[in-house]
Design a protein around this ligand. Structure first.
Ligand SMILES: [Ca+2]
Ligand SMILES: [Ca+2]
Ligand SMILES: [Ca+2]
Length: 226
């Protein structure tokens, strides 16, 4: 049986070592986990002002860690007077964020929209208009005028949840604070968590490289004339 010449096997081995080093090298990244409660929320639960039904709507979270970003998505928000909406989020450790309070105006209805709240989203001010019927990503407003305990002390940054354990029950409390006009969130809401991916440590890559190097030395020694 013919043995492969040293240079061919060496090249193959070196190629393997380089590949192994790349595959085993430390890598960092991000993963996204979305948890949804798709049940319809009616705003308000009865008549044209008051608390929504259910109040609060809840999402139970488990198995998520290393949170670096939290977004909230409303699936199918409709309301004929956005200024009426007070929308408050509370995490399992008690931190509150007011997603919407005194935002929008009478001529910019929500019409079955996908509305995302994310730090760095579009800033809506009191009375500012959204494009009627347009989906969008908005910055939380913070507390302006909401009488509910669910709103008390609520901030305007979802980054308050970064680095905290998200395990437990998250609450979305919605209040319609004026008479006339009403709405709903047809397909419920989601929490979207971005987490840091575990970094693969370097030692396995170094070990693979060392094994390859030892193999190369062994081949070279066998090729030497006795
Ligand atoms: Ca975000
Ligand atoms: Ca309000
Ligand atoms: Ca109303």
């Amino acid at each position: 049986m013919h043995e492969l010449p040293l240079d061919v096997r060496s090249v193959a081995l070196i190629a393997f070592m380089i590949l192994a080093t790349f595959l085993g090298a430390g890598r960092a990244g991000a993963a996204t986990v979305t948890v949804t409660n798709s049940a319809t929320i009616t705003i308000p639960g009865l008549g044209d002002s008051g608390i929504a039904s259910p109040f609060p709507s809840t999402i139970s979270v488990s198995g998520v860690s290393g949170v670096t970003d939290v977004d909230v998505i409303l699936h199918g928000l409709s309301h004929t007077y956005p200024l009426d909406l007070d929308i408050a989020l509370e995490g399992p450790l008690g931190q509150k964020v007011i997603l919407m309070d005194e935002r929008g105006n009478a001529s910019s209805d929500w019409l079955n929209n996908t509305v995302t709240f994310s730090d760095g989203g579009i800033q809506l001010s009191p009375g500012s208009s959204t494009t009627p019927g347009a989906d969008g990503t908005y910055a939380p407003s913070g507390l302006v005028n909401c009488p509910l305990l669910a709103c008390t002390g609520g901030g305007s940054l979802l980054s308050v949840y970064n680095g905290l354990d998200p395990t437990g029950t998250w609450k979305l409390s919605i209040y319609d604070d004026q008479q006339d006009d009403a709405g709903s969130i047809a397909n419920g809401w989601s929490l979207q968590f971005t987490s840091a991916v575990t970094v693969v440590p370097l030692p396995p890559a170094a070990l693979l490289f060392a094994c390859g190097l030892l193999g190369l030395i062994a081949i070279a020694r066998r090729q030497q004339p006795h």
